[in-house]
Write a protein of this length. Structure first.
Lengths: 281, 199
């Protein structure tokens, strides 16, 4: 069948279906083409039957089923959102708790503050541990958020309350050990206002809280003046950042870690603070 | 009507389930009919009808109201029908030839002696024997009287592509139905119009 025949057949079917006029050129082609005249005869029978076959008299009412499925879907999605948030918080809390002591103790030693804990018999011996159930869920931390190297400039005590002290590639790990008198109290909460995140306008990196985990514990030695540390760690390859805030005041250390949100799982930064003791130092 | 629908779509996009419920109510019959014609049975058509609206709800935020809501909805329906037929293993070209052969080997029956119901059932069978991408064209063009412009939008192809496919679909359908379409004596072409005007 040539293209003329194809066009003719289309016109013929439309003519039978809708009663539209047939142009003279189609009529004359039909007279001279036996194929098309056969096609016309067949279409004359077929088309009305096709219309009849295509009639659908009753359709089921699916509104109730659709609405119910949508509600179920939304409920499931909402539930999963809560589950993910809860799991993220628990994991972040556990990761923090496991590493906080070692890191802070190491920091203390670097600053040459005499550690009373190293000689004190009242020291907490061994790593304070978080609740067993949480520890079991702890994934291996890919790296540690508190970081420094041996140079003094890497982490230093700021002269004013809040200061970004370093932006460095990860993988150099600062381990400062401070004696912990008590087990750290972890709370998944927002950071207190006085150690709120770095001013985004001043910061070189965008910092947004994701899971704020706040660890507090008492130390053996008292500090006269409260000091606040802010460490921003940046992955030089990906540009992802993790921000840690530490406040040492009186005989208390508080750590607050946050990570940039909405990153794919494989790129998610996890802060890891180790709770150590003098015996680990 | 168009304004009402646009308003309902806007409300549904912002999460108003009652507005979406009204949209379902407005379109469910046509969606079912379209699915029924393509799939050929009520059960599958009802499944597709529901799935169409669930998909539509999920994809509403992406719907930019550049096309009509009905067109968008029918496109989802057609896609679901095509997917469903493929997942249920579409009848292959070989099988089509087999059906064709079987139908041809049946004793050709004159139209006047063939029961009307039997012919209808043969047409249904022939439609189901068509590959689904041809069947869709027969449904949209010959049963639903849609323009090629609309068909092209629904199928995501060019108008020319839709015309070509429709042409092949018609020829294949005629070929499948040929044993049942014998009109006995071959009339001269000129008499065709005369016969037509009499009927």
């Amino acid at each position: 069948m040539g293209s003329v025949c194809n066009r003719t057949e289309e016109r013929l079917w439309e003519h039978i279906r809708t009663g539209s006029d047939l142009p003279d050129v189609v009529r004359s082609h039909l007279m001279s083409c036996p194929r098309c005249s056969t096609a016309f005869r067949e279409a004359q029978i077929l088309v009305p039957f096709l219309q009849e076959v295509g009639q659908v008299t009753s359709a089921p009412d699916c509104r109730a089923a659709v609405v119910s499925q949508i509600l179920q879907m939304d409920h499931r999605r909402g539930f999963l959102r809560w589950v993910y948030a809860a799991v993220a918080c628990v994991v972040a809390g556990i990761v923090l708790a496991v590493s906080v002591n070692e890191s802070v103790n190491e920091l203390k030693q670097k600053r040459n503050v005499p550690s009373a804990a190293s000689t004190s018999s009242t020291l907490h011996v061994g790593k304070p541990s978080v609740a067993e159930t949480k520890t079991k869920q702890l994934p291996a931390a890919p790296y540690i958020a508190f970081r420094s190297d041996s140079s003094a400039s890497a982490v230093r005590e700021p002269s004013h309350p809040l200061r970004k002290t370093s932006v460095r590639p990860r993988k150099t790990i600062l381990r400062v050990r401070l004696p912990a008198k008590t087990q750290p109290q972890l709370s998944v909460d927002k950071a207190p206002p006085d150690i709120s995140p770095v001013d985004a306008a001043q910061s070189e990196v965008e910092v947004q809280p994701m899971a704020a985990v706040y660890a507090t514990w008492e130390t053996e030695e008292a500090h006269e003046e409260p000091s606040i540390y802010v460490y921003v760690e940046q992955d030089t390859l990906t540009g992802d950042t993790t921000t840690c805030y530490g406040r040492m005041s009186a005989d208390r250390i508080e750590i607050y870690v946050e990570s940039k949100p909405d990153l794919p799982e494989e790129r998610k930064t996890r802060g890891c603070l180790t709770i150590g003791s003098s015996s680990d130092a | 009507m168009a304004n009402l629908e646009a308003d309902l779509v806007s409300r549904a996009r912002s999460g108003d389930l009652s507005a979406f419920d009204e949209l379902v109510s407005l379109h469910q019959d046509r969606v079912f009919a379209l699915a029924r014609r393509i799939l050929g049975n009520d059960e599958d058509a009802a499944d597709v009808q529901q799935e169409t609206f669930i998909r539509a709800w999920r994809s509403l935020p992406k719907f930019r109201q550049e096309s009509e809501f009905a067109t968008w909805l029918h496109r989802i329906t057609v896609n679901l029908c095509l997917t469903r037929k493929r997942s249920k293993r579409e009848i292959s070209a070989d099988e089509t030839l087999f059906v064709l052969g079987r139908m041809h080997s049946a004793q050709p029956t004159a139209l006047d002696s063939l029961e009307r119901a039997e012919l209808l059932s043969e047409i249904r069978r022939a439609l189901l024997a068509l590959p689904v991408h041809y069947r869709v064209l027969i449904v949209l063009r010959e049963m639903e009287n849609r323009s090629f412009e609309e068909i092209a939008k629904l199928l995501g192809c060019s108008e020319g592509g839709a015309r070509t496919r429709a042409c092949r679909a018609r020829q294949m359908l005629r070929q499948l139905m040929r044993p049942y379409l014998q009109t006995g004596e071959e009339l001269p072409a000129a008499d065709l119009f005369e016969q037509e005007s009499q009927t």
